[in-house]
Design a protein around this ligand. Structure first.
Ligand code: CP
Length: 348
């Protein structure tokens, strides 16, 4: 995506000035997308546009969050999310401290509450948390003064992933509304799918979920969301991948959560790949300008073929780049009090 640069912006860039995010986000925590409004999501996208402009500069550094401390607390593995939060914080001049489960006192059995109180006692302004327990970020938000951002909790939510996914779609199509988005794969265990359902339905996308019946949540299979007024009542479920992909604008392959597959939901990975893997043949069914997306990390050869993952339609690496801009926008949004933020937005 190219960013138009005005003469005023060019002059500001030459002075090393901060980006001029156009909107206030004005929330303390980012826990999931269920409590985001459409307008708020649009504001995050507009702020991310400003952040992309900073990322494209020769010197990728602005003073926007100077003096703020961000602690990333990741007790589950991560590459993209953790590194992009670190990069986002550093571009905005925050001090970023990374704490992982291994090597910290979590290994000695320290409770999440005590770990979090310890981090707060070090005056953390923002805690970015990834945790294997669903609800861990909400627990911190209830008990700490710091802002909390959910970087993925158990099988529950991954809101920053959804925002970067929708931002990537918007970058290509100019909108999210009306896009036919087909999410294929492990819906049962996927926090990405859950947050994507909130985000995409709010933004007016036409969502189809596709998976073997054993990987679809029971309430979805039973049609419990299929009642008027339910936030997901517009979501379609289609078991047959060929039917689901017909006319799709976005094919979103989910990672098969091998580490969570304890209950034997699949006969074999080969069988899953045969029935639901995204391959070149199946891509013939989608729209000519359709995108292939994946949150990563990928099981290539299982849910997605390498040719597709690295093919012309794939925007998987662009998702990663956009992840930095979205996380910059969110860090800016939660770290800047509304009063100051309005002032800063006029000033920087
Ligand atoms: N998409 C995602 O959350 O990737 P990581 O696990 O590498 O952070």
């Amino acid at each position: 995506m190219t960013t138009k640069v005005s003469p005023q912006t060019r002059a500001r860039q030459a002075n090393g000035a901060s980006p001029r995010p156009r909107n206030r986000v004005g929330r303390r925590h980012v826990l999931d997308l269920d409590d985001f409004t459409v307008q708020e999501i649009e504001e995050v996208f507009q702020n991310a546009d400003a952040m992309r402009e900073v990322m494209n500069r020769d010197i990728k550094k602005v003073p926007t969050l100077r003096g703020k401390t961000i602690i990333t607390l990741f007790t589950e593995a991560s590459t993209r999310t953790r590194v992009s939060f670190e990069q986002a914080g550093k571009i905005l001049s925050a001090d970023v401290i990374n704490v992982s489960g291994s090597g910290s006192s979590v290994e000695k059995g320290e409770s999440l509450y005590n770990t979090a109180l310890t981090l707060q006692a070090m005056n953390a302004d923002i805690i970015v948390i990834r945790h294997s327990h669903s609800g861990a970020p909400h627990f911190l938000a209830r008990n700490l003064d710091a802002c909390v951002i959910n970087a993925g909790d158990g099988t529950h939510a991954h809101p920053t992933q959804t925002l970067l996914d929708m931002y990537t779609m918007r970058g290509h199509f100019g909108r999210v509304k009306g896009l036919k988005v087909v999410i294929v794969g492990d819906l049962l265990y996927s926090r990405v799918a859950r947050s994507n359902l909130w985000g995409l339905t709010k933004m007016g996308a036409e969502v189809t979920l596709c998976a073997p019946p054993t990987l679809i949540p029971q309430d979805m299979l039973n049609g419990l969301s299929d009642v008027g007024g339910h936030p997901f009542s517009s979501v379609k479920i289609e078991g047959n991948v060929e039917k689901a992909l017909d006319g799709a604008d976005v094919v979103y392959a989910l990672r098969l959560q091998l580490e969570r597959q304890r209950a034997g939901h699949l006969p074999s990975l080969r069988e899953y790949s045969r029935t639901h893997g995204i391959n070149t043949e199946r891509l013939k069914l989608v729209n000519p300008d359709a995108l292939v997306m994946h949150p990563g990390p990928m099981n290539e050869g299982v849910e997605i073929d390498p040719d597709v993952a690295h093919g012309a339609r794939s925007v998987i690496e662009e998702q990663v780049t956009n992840g930095v801009a979205i996380r910059m926008a969110l860090l800016y949004g939660v770290a800047t009090p509304v009063r100051e933020q309005m002032f800063r937005a006029d000033r920087v």
